[in-house]
Write a protein that binds this ligand. Structure first.
Ligand SMILES: Nc1ncnc2c1ncn2[C@@H]1O[C@H](COP(=O)(O)OP(=O)(O)OP(=O)(O)O)[C@@H](O)[C@H]1O
Ligand SMILES: [Mg+2]
Ligand SMILES: [Zn+2]
Length: 284
């Protein structure tokens, strides 16, 4: 029987600015003006009217130059940065008949609960995603406690199993993050993010700053997770090579706007927007 393709996440007009804005903002910022900061009021329009949908198990890539709003968009999806406008419609993948909910309309308690139960994030900088004074096991356990796990033995067992799954040395479960390498810390973040079996995994520059062999192993791990667990993912990277390897569809951001969206292969073969053309040609 052919399954009906349905979306899990539908982002609609998601907008975030830093500053109060002014009447001249609209005509002064965006890709056409080559800036995201209004010269009149200094407001940064970090993300403007972002819209896209995600199917279950799909990996969406987000590329764009530094400051184009990728992390801002991801933080909104993680419900940790408030949106100024827009909606994030979510449909429970295990229950397609249930009506979609707008995550941004949840009250603070429900939002936090949703984040703890259904979302996992790997931050661009490990120190944002990990508590450096806790042990590695403690960092994973914290996520489980937030998801209301209570049995200490079960928590420790799950933490050890996640370390095993992410190819971390389980015998170092009680060591603190500062004693781990960069590639290992990204794995610890992945282990933590996966702890409560999230429906949506958000990855922000998960391989940047890692040397090539370590990068290849982290990418393998992500591919395996996607394959084995059918986790829906949003993968932010400024590296087109990473996007090409993992993401079926991609959106390209510039100065807070999505300037191009489509199948990754098509975008790489036949980029439409001048910025994407530049990005693709400079990556060759
Ligand atoms: N808390 C904040 N306060 C003010 N401005 C912010 C804040 N967070 C982000 N910005 C601004 O929003 C814009 C988008 O930043 P963002 O971090 O989303 O970019 P990015 O695409 O992730 O860049 P990079 O590739 O360097 O990580 C930038 O101009 C940034 O300076
Ligand atoms: Mg960023
Ligand atoms: Zn302005």
């Amino acid at each position: 029987m052919k399954s009906i393709p349905t979306w899990v996440l539908r982002v609609d007009g998601l907008t975030r600015r830093f500053g109060v804005g002014c009447p001249r903002c609209t005509d002064s910022v965006g890709p056409a003006h080559e800036r995201s900061q209004c010269p009149w009021c200094a407001t940064v329009h970090a993300c403007t009217a972002a819209s896209f949908t995600l199917a279950r198990g799909e990996v969406l890539g987000i590329v764009g130059e530094s400051g184009s709003g990728k992390s801002t968009l991801l933080q909104m999806l993680n419900l940790t940065s408030p949106a100024d406008a827009g909606a994030i419609w979510y449909r429970e993948p295990t229950d397609p008949a249930a009506p979609p909910i707008d995550l941004l309309r949840l009250d603070r308690y429900a939002m936090r609960q949703f984040r703890n139960d259904r979302l996992g994030i790997v931050h661009q900088r490990p120190e944002l995603g990990l508590e450096m004074r806790f042990s590695v096991g403690g960092n994973v356990a914290e996520k489980l406690l937030l998801a209301r796990w209570r049995n200490v033995a079960a928590i420790r067992e799950r933490a050890a199993s996640l370390m095993h799954q992410t190819e971390l040395p389980v015998e170092r479960i009680d060591d603190a993050p500062p004693t781990f390498s960069g590639g290992m810390l990204q794995r610890v973040q992945i282990a933590r993010a996966l702890a409560s079996r999230p429906a949506l995994l958000l990855l922000d520059e998960v391989t940047s700053g890692l040397d090539l062999s370590v990068q290849a192993r982290v990418l393998d791990l992500i591919r395996r997770i996607q394959w084995e667990q059918q986790v829906t993912m949003v993968l932010v990277s400024h590296d087109l090579g990473v996007i090409k390897q993992l993401a079926r569809r991609t959106i390209v951001m510039k100065h807070g706007h999505i300037v191009e969206a489509g199948l990754t292969d098509q975008i790489l073969e036949d980029p439409q927007h001048p910025y994407t053309q530049l990005l693709v040609s400079s990556a060759l």
